[in-house]
Design a protein around this ligand. Sequence first.
Ligand code: ANZ
Length: 811
Amino acid sequence: AERYNPHAIEPKWQEAWEQDGLYTFREDPAKTKHYALTMFPYPSGNLHIGHWYANVAPDARARWMRMRGYNVFFPMGFDAFGLPAENAAIKHGLNPATWTYSNIEHMTGQFRRMGTMIDWSRRFATCDPEYYRWNQWFFTEFFRRGLAYKKGGLVNWCPKDQTVLANEQVVDGACERCGTPVERRNLSQWYLKITDYADELLDFSGTDMPERVRLMQTNWIGKSVGAEVTFPTPAGPETVFTTRPDTLLGATFLVLAPEHAKVEALTTPEQAEAVRAYVEAAGRKTDVERQQDVGEKTGVFTGSYATHPVSGQPLPIWVADYVLVTYGTGSIMAVPAHDERDFQFARKFGLPIKEVIRPEGGEAMDPSGAETSYAGEGLIVNSGEFDGLPGGKASIAHVVERLEARGVAQAKTTYRLRDWLVSRQRYWGTPIPIVYCAEHGAQPVPAEQLPVRLPENVEFTPTGQSPLKLDREWTHATCPVCGGPAERDTDTMDTFVDSSWYMYRYLSPHDGARPFDPAHANLLPVDLYTGGIEHAILHLLYSRFWTKAMRDLGLTTQREPFRWLRNQGIILGPDGEKMSKSRGNVVDPDDLVREYGVDTVRAYLMFIAPWEVGGPWDPSGINGPAKWLGRVWALYFDAQVPGPQEKVTEAELRYAVHSALHKVTGDFERLSFNTIIAALMELTNTLVKAKRSPAFGTPAWQEALDIFNRMLAPVVPHIAEEIWTQRGGQESVHVQSWPQVDEAAATRDTVTVGVQVSGKVRGQVEISKTASQAEAMAAARAHPDVARFVEGKETVKEIYVPGRIINIVVK
Ligand code: ANZ
């Protein structure tokens, strides 16, 4: 027979599947729906090995779900707005649209060659005006409800990309995209009110996400329960936020952020020069530098004092950059005995340290000798009427109650989460659908005038100004209220807006009347969403917010976009480093496909590592899957070698097939793709043996070939289809059902047990699972290699650990 040649079968089947519309989704009330979605790519030009790794395994699982009888919805599109298109277009002198759409065509072709069951009839790109029109529609709806608003203030500015960034796009003080340290600018920008949903976003009960993602989102939202306490000062009352109101009597000074509004008013003439110099120096530091715990604390005294609201003591007011203007109220009460930053600060500047929480049974703190603060639980001391009450982070409620009764404090919950800054000063994005009228202010563009299209002939080289400003014709608009002249907003939206709701658009990608057609809402939510973890607090948080906002607009009844989320790991270069062109360690999947064929690359990418972990690319590793498929081919198509030579019984063959089927079924369920390939390889070995055994040609043999063929279908769809057809299959193997495990055949009533003689392994015996000690010993002694070591010796002890080990100790 002919040898396995993937290049002879793969293009043929891809064409046939497409022609038959094999993967076109049709609604079917008789079946349970399954919406499987992999994060859509940015049309950068090429699918790299990471895309393959991210898409192949979810495709296998989607195919498996289909064989299990689900009506599987598996669409794909392109996340097409954003800076790379603009930068590439500037470099090549093209329009970003030209560059983007040609990449989309190329990458769709690459996806098709991957042999996925993606339904391409649902494809769209977020830069399609018929898509971004709905971004604009959402924006105007949000605006009407106060969920979108414009506000001035300090924002993050990337000097390289020449645009503002959302807080979520600043990682360690640098631009998430290009790594340039971010600057602060005072600008008026558009925000979406994600903070309205802070508490709801902390509730993960409706979505199964990896612990890591939940933790990152929880920390990002940063809910802190505490109190606000007000201190009289010469510049009026100053309120601070504290999570430890139980330490109020331990407050020995106040600290203001350098940008705090009261700094000037509180600074005495003697301190004016020092404070001015300090504030200026702090302004030159980045936020990260300021928050780093390493390095000496810095600060300066204002010369003024606040009054302690309980003790009436004067407390010096300092300015220090470890207090951030953007959190709480931008000022703190410092409790050096129980907060480490305050402790270091007090030590450095010789400020008093006063113990107010003492661990039960512990000794009093020595303020001059102590080396660190004490942040733990205990009893309140040195605090007058509060003495003896439990203190510590977990027991503030009763203290807050008392302080509230005295009118000194108020319970307060604070969040680290800030509203989502969505305006950008770049060209290639969704124009913000707002016009400004001299009389009527900011007005949303009426729905029937949407989309506000991006002007096409614009000089979009970044200048720090929105390129749309330069098109005077475009900026000119009419006020929807009075019909008078108005100016368009010239910013574009953050591209994370596009990806916040795209999973809904697949339901009706060309709907001209609404973002998506609720007639297909039964497809929601996404049942399994897969993709990288890098967007844990960007895309994955924003899309949860968007779903909740859509629900409040009455567009959906969903409260979460994804029922189940899993993240794949990363495939690294052979050097263990992240693949990148500059390192020269990039693997091109197109080259691999040309050499080995699609199915081998698919199998290898599932086999290479536990899918959720990832690992380094091993260039020689692909030979394993390549050889495996060659053996699979020979198994079905080569003539049998005459004469039985192996001892495989029908029962053993059935056991091998059904236990493998049982394992693979469970592994698909829990996304354990590498062990699926391993089990299929192992089963191949048994089948190759069985082909040269009495089991060949029996009903068990026929069953084995049929079941194995179906098991191959999700992972290596082309070779499986070829085998299926050549064996006489009429309809595609991909519309067959997943085989049923025969549980009786899948369990063996015998076990293989190792036999030791005086602790040394001498052989293995197969015995009944229910064998008695005597039966086990008899079987062991009958083994020739065991017999040699026990004969003529005195038996000291016989041990049988049922199902595991036999040990005969001799003298
Ligand atoms: C007094 C105190 C005593 C505090 C103590 C802590 C321990 P989380 O949990 O992160 O919300 N804080 C408040 N606003 C701040 C700001 N703008 N910049 C820097 N630090 C600020 O932190 C809340 C605690 O961080 C607050 O509770 C406050 O210090 C400080 F034994 O108040 B605490």
